[in-house]
Design a protein around this ligand. Structure first.
Ligand code: FAD
Length: 284
């Protein structure tokens, strides 16, 4: 089923997973998916290694989960390191596997410039390719409450966010963020600019101070000072950070739920504990 049709009917709950690097970790991922299925997610999504490293695995896990009928599936697809013909091949494979939902992404710029195919430059181009290939896909796209780190300005980034909608994106999922006011202010500006498709906020429960600092450095999300101080106190104690992360994510999601969001997406990091505890704390 197209996810947009679910979003149009109810507030959605969804989880993001990444394909593990080794086959042996696949068992852990399957257990996490099965653990979290008790919450009846509306969909799960599987990330795509930017260099195409998990290309096969993303497709395989998407297929298996789709076949299991546990929940609806969305596959991530990035374009910088692929030629147009490779993308068409991927789309054909997804279609054959009845995968109806794709989040169209540019991907991060690879360290080795030889990996760049220089054929598809932005998510907007990928969305156009998908749309031209088939109208049967529901297309999601990424958006950035604090703007994408490479953007010239917030306004410029918003303009390209709107272009994703114009090219055919059906809904957005945000980058992680820790300050809800960034999300609210982004959403307000997006609506003023004419963005009408749903914007689903995505939350990552923090489980390690060092890890979240690394992630936010990479993706350009900021950690508010007060949160950073708390995280510093438990820098060597991941158990304490995890407990605090659950409290913080609960607080963040409760406020978001009180402010008319179309659903909530969890960056699960392939672990079920924090997501489970947060979900037990809230009422979605
Ligand atoms: P784009 O939309 O192309 O934006 C990149 C930059 O270019 C921005 O500064 C934007 O303002 C600008 N821009 C956009 N369109 C144009 C245009 N037409 N002309 C000129 N400038 C433009 N990465 C992975 O490798 N695998 C994943 O599975 C993955 N999943 C993700 C899921 C979500 C929900 C999010 C938020 C991110 C995900 N990422 C993933 C990370 C993503 O690939 C990076 O953030 C990447 O740097 C940008 O991707 P994008 O699709 O937003 O790019």
């Amino acid at each position: 089923m197209k996810i947009i049709n679910i979003i149009n009917k109810k507030k959605t709950l969804s989880f993001e997973f990444f394909p593990p690097k080794t086959e042996s970790n696949l068992g852990n991922l399957n257990k996490t998916i099965s653990d979290l299925s008790e919450f009846n997610p509306d969909f799960v999504s599987f990330t795509y290694g930017a260099g195409g490293s998990t290309r096969k695995l993303t497709l395989e896990i998407s297929q298996k989960t789709k076949e299991s009928e546990i929940t609806e599936v969305m596959s991530h697809l990035t374009c910088l390191t692929h030629s147009k013909s490779e993308i068409i091949e991927m789309l054909s494979a997804y279609k054959k596997s009845n995968i109806e939902n794709i989040i169209a992404l540019r991907g991060d710029i690879p360290n080795n410039s030889n990996d760049l195919k220089k054929e598809i430059h932005h998510a907007t181009d990928l969305i156009e390719i998908i749309k031209n290939y088939s109208d049967d896909f529901c297309i999601a796209a990424a958006c950035y409450p604090e703007s994408h780190p490479e953007s010239i300005s917030k306004n410029d980034d918003l303009k390209f966010t709107k272009l994703k909608q114009s090219k055919g994106a059906d809904f957005f999922i945000t980058q992680l963020f820790f300050n809800n006011s960034d999300f609210f202010s982004f959403r307000e500006k997006a609506i003023k600019l004419g963005i009408t498709i749903p914007i689903i906020p995505a939350i990552m429960p923090i489980t390690s101070t060092r890890q979240i600092r690394k992630f936010t450095n990479l993706c350009g999300a900021s950690i508010p000072d007060s949160l950073n101080k708390k995280l510093e106190n438990s820098i060597n104690n991941d158990e304490e950070t995890t407990k605090f992360g659950i409290e913080f994510a609960t607080m963040q999601i409760n406020e978001l739920l009180n402010n008319d969001i179309p659903g909530i997406h969890f960056y699960s990091l392939n672990k079920s504990r924090s997501v489970k505890e947060v979900l037990n704390n809230i009422n979605i």
